[in-house]
Design a protein around this ligand. Structure first.
Ligand code: ADP
Ligand code: ASP
Ligand code: MG
Length: 438
């Protein structure tokens, strides 16, 4: 059995939905593949904006209604199907506008409507075109997460239930909502932005799928973000380790946690272009074949904050590092890169959340400086481990382009070299590196 996930752009226009239908139909029946879908492009952004607007006292569902009315008219599906959900959301937003409050929990609930709408439309469209299909809200399959709203983690103990529920859907394509689930108390949760990729591998792991396909708007994982590097090329094969690092370090094409469920069950993940299904895309396997280029791809992540903790008194004392990391851990603020010198410890984080509280506690026993507006650039490839001179190539290229570099890290897996630059220098850095390696 296969899981086919279609992203926001793939399900965002009538032309693309026709391609989606052809791809799913091409998989044949018995068993039908499991389809996982995102919200129509732009809808999740719109929902989050309306949730914030509601908390500020004013909101409107007009644009979201129009988006669905127009698209569904073009695929020949009646929006009356989702009127009750629109009414429900209207009540919810009105509530938020009255209490003038938006908690992560209510934000997740608002954001969940995008996938609930789109899957109903897609299933109805498939059925109308003669492909039997049924819309399924992932939590109705039993998909459960923890209560970490806006970035929830799946609870694998629900997998057998999910598997039974999916198996019970016979003779139809289940069109399952990506991105959303429920916690143990029945609250709706989301897996974080771009979380439908993660949903696809979670469902893949639950049903022990033969393959998970991620259908998107580019021909697989590329040597760099094609929006920054026009010459970027598709990468035919990646190892799971390479793909995980790329996703984690910012390659937006897959959600950072996508590979985790696939690793345990060694499920191949294929990333392909919905508009050009004849192209090969990228296959992600447990191990990448030997040989090939040492560097596979360059990722970047903006909005990085560098926190430098200095203490001449304490640095060399045992337990100082533990004390620092304990504070970050207690505030659930995860640290990416770490570098130490004789009197400082520098770490990067990618969110402001709880940072003030963390800094306040650290200041009780050290000096803390916070630098914002940075970006992390990361060069990834299994070959970096063995090949001598990759670092020299990386930093030589940056020197040639006159780009100052902060904090350098050569991760424990030895398959990445990461460093910080000013946010404004990201495009130039990635382009300079791309020219050197390709
Ligand atoms: P979807 O809606 O299908 O999930 P996304 O927008 O989340 O699609 O991800 C696809 C986009 O990721 C591409 O259009 C591309 O701009 C961006 N991207 C960033 N880095 C890479 C990369 N290394 N390879 C491919 N795409 C990338
Ligand atoms: N619709 C969600 C988002 O925009 C999830 C996804 O598309 O993967 O983040
Ligand atoms: Mg995505």
């Amino acid at each position: 059995m296969k899981v086919l996930k279609f992203g926001g752009t793939s399900v965002g226009s009538a032309e693309n939905l026709a391609k989606v239908l052809a791809i799913v139909r091409g998989e044949g029946s018995e068993p039908y593949p499991v389809v996982v879908a995102s919200a129509h492009s732009g809808v999740t952004d719109g929902l989050i904006a309306e949730a914030r607007a509601a908390a500020a006292g004013k909101y409107s569902l007009g644009k979201l209604r129009d988006r669905h009315r127009e698209l569904w008219a073009r695929i020949g599906v009646d929006v009356a199907l989702i009127e009750p959900l629109f009414d429900e959301l209207d009540d919810l937003l009105r509530g938020l506008s009255l209490v003038r409050e938006l908690t992560p929990r209510s934000l997740d609930l608002v954001a969940s409507y995008g996938e609930r709408w789109s899957c109903r439309g897609i299933a109805a469209y498939f059925a109308k075109e003669g492909l039997p299909a049924v819309a399924v809200d992932a939590y109705d399959l039993g998909l459960r997460t923890d209560s970490r709203f806006t970035a929830a983690n799946p609870d694998p103990s629900c997998y057998p239930e999910v598997r039974r529920a999916l198996r019970a859907i016979k003779g139809k394509v289940p069109v399952v909502t990506g991105f959303i689930a429920k916690d143990a108390h029945g609250n709706v949760t989301t897996l974080g932005r771009s979380g439908s990729d993660f949903s696809a591998t979670i469902l893949g792991a639950a049903i022990e799928a033969d393959e998970v396909q991620i259908w998107t708007d580019v021909d697989g994982v590329m040597t760099a973000d094609p929006r920054i590097v026009k010459e970027a090329k598709s990468i035919p094969v990646l190892s799971i380790a390479e793909a995980s690092e790329l996703a984690y370090y910012g390659a937006k094409v897959i959600h950072p946690a996508t590979m985790l469920p696939a690793i345990e069950r060694r499920i191949p993940v294929v990333v392909k272009d919905t508009s050009r299904p004849h192209l090969k895309g990228t296959t992600i396997l447990a191990e990448s074949p030997a040989g090939g280029a040492p560097v596979k791809s360059i990722a970047y992540k903006k909005g990085i904050i560098l926190v430098t903790v200095a203490s001449t008194r304490m640095l060399l004392q045992s337990g100082f590092m533990a004390k620092i990391f304990e504070v970050f851990a207690r505030y659930d603020l995860s640290v990416d890169l770490v570098a130490t010198s004789e009197v400082t410890v520098s770490v990067t984080v990618d969110t402001d959340r709880n940072l003030d509280a963390v800094a306040k506690e650290l200041r009780a026993f050290s000096d803390v400086t916070i630098d914002r507006g940075l970006a992390q650039v990361c060069v990834v490839g299994e070959g970096i481990r063995e090949r001598v001179g990759v670092a020299a190539q990386v930093f030589g290229a940056l020197e040639k382009a006159s780009i100052p570099v902060r904090l350098i890290s050569h991760g424990g897996t030895k398959i990445n070299i990461s460093f910080l630059v000013d946010e404004a220098a990201v495009a130039k850095s990635v382009q300079a590196l791309h020219t050197v390696f390709w």
